[in-house]
Ligand binder design. Structure first.
Ligand code: GLT
Ligand code: MN
Ligand code: MN
Length: 413
C-alpha cells in the first residue's frame, strides 16, 4: 500500500470504520442507560510514564460529540469542569449554568457526579487525613458536589477512595481512618437530604467504587466486598442511601470474577451503578474499552444483569488508547464501545432465550430424581452423573452464541 498522507488519514480511518458495519443508530443508542464520563473523553493519554498524545477538550465539545453519537448521559468529577479554586464561588455557578445549557442543547442528561479526592496535593494524606481541616474541606467538597448534582439533575454520586491507603506502614491507624472516611460520607448524605428537600427531588444514590491497588500501595477499601462490609459496619448514618459502583476491571485486577462480585452486590441490593470497561487480571488500571479483552466474560456478566433486571447506568469508564487521535476518540473509540456493549446486551438476551441453555439449566436443576437412601453418598453422586456434562455443553453454547454459530455461521476446514 502507498503511504497515506496526513490530509487523507481521517477519511481513510472513517472509511474502514464504516466498512466494519454493525453500527447502531444514535436513536437506538439513546435507548440504553449508557453514560459517558467527561474524564474518559477528555483523557489526553498521559500517565506517569506517558506524555499526552491528544490535545485538551472541554465539556462543550465532549457533550456535543456524545450527543451526536447517541450517548444520552454524561458524568463528571467536580474538577473535570470547575477549576479547584473556583469551587463554591460565582464561577462555579456560571460553569454549571453553561453545562446545563450544553446538555439541553445536545439532548443529554447528567446522570452522575463525583468528587475528585485524589489528584490535588491537599489529598496527599487522603480525604480522611489526620488534619481536621483537610477532613472538613473534604466534607465540604463532597457536599458541594451533591449540590452540583441536584442542580444538573443527576441521580447518582460516586466515591472512589483511591487515596485512602498508604505507601509506608505504621503511619496511619486503619480503624481511625475508616471512621474519618465515614464522616465524610455521612456529611454528604446529610447535605443531600437537605438539598434534595429544597429542590423537591429524591436524594441521590451514593455509590462507592473500589479499586484494589493504585494510586496507593495499600488501599483500605480495596474491593466491592470490603465496601459492602463498610456500608454495613455501623459507621454510616444512612447506609440505605449508600451502595456500590463496581467497575468491571477493578474486580478483575485483584483476580476476582467480576460476575461473582456483581452477584454479591445484587443479593445485597447494592448494585446501584456500574462502570464498564475491560482489561487484564493482576495488572494496573488499563481501562480498555468494554469487550475488547474478555468478550465471553462480558456476555456472561450481561446475562446476569439482564436476568436480574439491573436498570442502573452503564458508565463508559475507559480510556481511549494513546494511539487514538482526538478525532478517533469520537469517530471510532466511543461509538464502537457503545455498539459492542449493545451487541453483547442483545446476545445476552439470546442466551436467556436459548432453548438449549434453557433445557440444560432446567435439567441440572431437576437432577436425576430421588435416591432410595438420602444418605447414600454414592447413589446421590451417581444419580445425576451424566447430567453434569451439561456444564461444559452450556459453556460451548455460550461461545457459539458469541461467535454467531447458533445462527448458522459455519467454518470450513
Ligand atoms: C479514576 C478511577 C475511575 C473512577 C473515577 C471516579 S476516577 O479515573 O480510576 O475508575 O471511576 O472518581
Ligand atoms: Mn471507574
Ligand atoms: Mn479503572
Amino acid at each position: 500500500m502507498k503511504p497515506i498522507p496526513v490530509s487523507e488519514q481521517r477519511a481513510f480511518v472513517d472509511r474502514l470504520a464504516q466498512a466494519c458495519g454493525g453500527a447502531y443508530s444514535p436513536e437506538t443508542r439513546r435507548k440504553y442507560y449508557i453514560s459517558g464520563p467527561q474524564w474518559a473523553a477528555a483523557y489526553e493519554g498521559h500517565a506517569l510514564f506517558h506524555a499526552p498524545t491528544r490535545t485538551p477538550v472541554g465539556f462543550e465539545e465532549v457533550i456535543r460529540e456524545y450527543g451526536k453519537i447517541g450517548i444520552a448521559h454524561w458524568a463528571t468529577h467536580d474538577t473535570d469542569v470547575i477549576p479547584t479554586a473556583a469551587l463554591g464561588n460565582d464561577q462555579q455557578t456560571e460553569i454549571v449554568d453553561r453545562i446545563k445549557k450544553s446538555l439541553a442543547e445536545n439532548g443529554l442528561a447528567c446522570s452522575m457526579v463525583t468528587t475528585e479526592t485524589f489528584h490535588h496535593a491537599v489529598w496527599a494524606a487522603s480525604p480522611a487525613a489526620e488534619s481536621p481541616e483537610v477532613r472538613q474541606y473534604a466534607a465540604w467538597r463532597l457536599s458541594n458536589t451533591v449540590g452540583i448534582g441536584h442542580e444538573l439533575g443527576a441521580q447518582f454520586a460516586v466515591y472512589w477512595p483511591g487515596s485512602l491507603g498508604y505507601f509506608v506502614q505504621g503511619a496511619i491507624e486503619e480503624t481511625q481512618t475508616l471512621r474519618w472516611y465515614a464522616e465524610g460520607l455521612n456529611a454528604a448524605c446529610e447535605a443531600d437530604i437537605e438539598i434534595a428537600k429544597k429542590y423537591g427531588r429524591p436524594t441521590l444514590k451514593h455509590c462507592m467504587e473500589a479499586k484494589p491497588f493504585e494510586p496507593q500501595a495499600e488501599i483500605l477499601l480495596p474491593t466491592s466486598d470490603a465496601m459492602l462490609a463498610f456500608i454495613a459496619s455501623g459507621l454510616l448514618k444512612h447506609p440505605d442511601m449508600v451502595g456500590l459502583n463496581p467497575e468491571y476491571l477493578h474486580e478483575l485486577m485483584w483476580g476476582g470474577a467480576p460476575r461473582a462480585a456483581l452477584a454479591r452486590a445484587l443479593v445485597a441490593g447494592k448494585l446501584f451503578h456500574f462502570d464498564i470497561n475491560d482489561g487484564y487480571r493482576l495488572k494496573h488500571d488499563v481501562d480498555i474499552a468494554v469487550g475488547l479483552v474478555n468478550p465471553l466474560d462480558w456476555l456472561n456478566v450481561l446475562v446476569l444483569l439482564r436476568s436480574h433486571n439491573y436498570n442502573g447506568p452503564f458508565n463508559l469508564d475507559y480510556k481511549p488508547p494513546r494511539t487514538t487521535s482526538n478525532h478517533g476518540v469520537f469517530s471510532v473509540s466511543f461509538p464502537t464501545a457503545v455498539d459492542r456493549f449493545i451487541t453483547l446486551w442483545e446476545m445476552a438476551g439470546e442466551v436467556i432465550a436459548d432453548p438449549i441453555i434453557h433445557d440444560a439449566t432446567e435439567a441440572l436443576k431437576a437432577g436425576g430424581g430421588p435416591v432410595e437412601n438420602p444418605h447414600d453418598v454414592e447413589a446421590i453422586t451417581a444419580s445425576n452423573r451424566e447430567l453434569l456434562t451439561l456444564h461444559e455443553l452450556i459453556a460451548h453454547r455460550l461461545v457459539q452464541i458469541l461467535i454467531g454459530q447458533h445462527r448458522g455461521r459455519t467454518y470450513s476446514v
